[in-house]
Design a protein around this ligand. Structure first.
Ligand SMILES: NC(=O)c1ccc[n+]([C@@H]2O[C@H](COP(=O)([O-])OP(=O)(O)OC[C@H]3O[C@@H](n4cnc5c(N)ncnc54)[C@H](O)[C@@H]3O)[C@@H](O)[C@H]2O)c1
Length: 409
């Protein structure tokens, strides 16, 4: 194991150093060719944030990286919460390391799910690539710790395609959107405090009415699930373009309506399940359902405010946890769990890694600099590199110096 730890690191880093000295003479094609043949050591720690059962790589993902000549180390039991045993990873060609310390010590790239927590800060090394969700703007402590670490922090949440979509956030919105109906249906049951209404009704009994605020990724997935169960669904959005699209693709039991205060006030008293799925990027979600509207709702109505992570689109929303997911205001059940995908870690792990793996392979094959030069979407994921902040939103949030990532590439 000791030789395993040391040998692969030495030739990789020294070759990179030699290459960087001769970059001008060798030309970028030759450099890319050499980089492609090199092994990267990739480490997958077990997530230690409270109630986090996802893992950053599936055995299938490990096999793909190994096939590309990389070495993959998984911390013992890292996949257990998502239903993957150590043996599944070993069969895929990965190696198991006992402790998180060893994973950080041997790896050139760490792939994670959640941002590092305080006990991990000291394990992160100068020049180590950390590819994970960071959400830097919500934590100055984390931002300063990563600046101090001099690591290369590539954040899932800011990888952005030309059409402005966020490919590494979409899978979690898909999970939360579908789950919102499942949770809503559960809390509509009498034993959970709801109105005692079955979403699809039965022959001779009307189906439940579901109102969805926002017809983006979450809203669309929620509408598909609710419609599939036979509910009477209405999606409210402010984008006519989006509503035209939804109108074209949705079944007949899904209607669209313009989102405004007048329409919302009129609709909330007649609906059984309300799903909050609004997003205005970079700002707090607007309070579309105000406190006074709750009095007009039927007792046992259920609100699932998926947008809670952006402050929520219901005035009475506050974040809850899987341990205690709901609270009651004026007889209306509020479900406001800020990390809904955490309840279905196996599905979420596979969905997340389906999206992250192609980028991980690119980084491992080309090195982070070439990968970011060649892929503008990935380049937008560069948040902090060697102590410099390359993402404007993060620099602005904490009054830090912002540098253009081109200077690092
Ligand atoms: N709680 C969780 O576990 C969890 C998980 C994933 C995503 N989310 C959150 O869910 C929210 C929605 O995410 P998404 O990926 O669907 O976003 P999205 O950008 O795909 O969709 C947002 C939609 O809201 C619409 N909108 C904006 N203003 C509106 C208004 N006033 N009325 C009605 N619609 C309006 C937009 O036109 C857009 O169609 C985000 O806040 C996201 O962070 C939460």
């Amino acid at each position: 194991m000791k030789i395993d730890k040391i040998l692969p690191v030495f030739p990789f880093t020294s070759l990179l150093w030699i290459l960087s000295c001769f970059r001008g003479c060798l030309g970028s094609n030759f450099e890319a060719f050499i980089l492609k043949t090199l092994t990267m050591i990739i480490g997958i720690p077990k997530e230690i944030k409270n109630n986090e059962n996802r893992v950053a790589l599936t055995p299938a993902g490990a096999a793909e990286l190994v096939k590309n000549n990389h070495e993959v180390f998984i911390q013992k039991h890292a996949g257990i919460g998502s239903g993957f045993s150590d043996n599944d990873y070993v069969t895929a060609g990965a190696k198991i390391l006992e402790t998180i310390e060893l994973i950080y010590e041997v790896s050139e790239m760490i792939i994670k799910v959640k941002e590092p927590i305080e006990s991990e800060y000291g394990l992160i090394k100068n020049n180590q690539i950390i590819f994970t969700y960071f959400h830097f703007a919500s934590s100055e402590v984390l931002t300063r710790a990563m600046i101090k670490s001099k690591a290369i922090c590539l954040a899932y949440e800011t990888v952005e395609l030309d059409d402005k979509s966020l490919p590494l956030l979409i899978p979690m919105s898909e999970v939360a959107g579908r789950m919102s109906v499942q949770e809503g249906a559960k809390y509509l049951e009498k034993t959970f405090g709801g109105r005692g209404v079955l979403l699809g009704g039965v022959p001779g009994v009307y189906p439940a009415k579901v109102l969805i605020l926002g017809g983006g990724i979450v809203g669309t997935e929620a509408a598909k699930m609710a419609a599939g169960l036979g509910a009477d669904v209405t999606i409210l959005d402010v984008s006519l373009k989006r509503m035209r699209y939804l109108n074209d693709i949705m079944p007949a039991n899904v209607k669209t309506q313009m989102s405004n205060d007048f329409n919302i006030r009129e609709m909330v008293p007649t609906h059984d399940l309300i799903i909050g799925a609004v997003l205005i990027p970079g700002t707090k979600a607007p309070s579309l359902i105000t406190r006074d509207m709750l009095a007009s709702m039927k007792p046992g109505t259920v609100i699932v405010d998926v947008a809670v992570d952006q402050g929520g689109c219901i005035e009475t929303t506050h974040p809850t946890t899987h341990d205690d997911p709901t609270f009651l205001v004026d007889g209306v059940i509020h479900y406001c769990v800020a990390n809904m995908p955490g309840a279905v870690p196996r599905t979420s792990t596979i969905a997340l890694t389906n999206a992250t793996l192609p980028y991980a392979v690119k980084i491992a094959n080309k090195g982070w600099k070439s990968a970011c030069r060649d892929d503008i979407a990935l380049k937008k994921g560069l948040n902090i590199v060697n102590g410099e902040v390359f993402y404007k939103g993060v620099a602005d949030a904490f009054n830090l110096k912002y540098s253009d990532s081109d200077i690092a590439l």
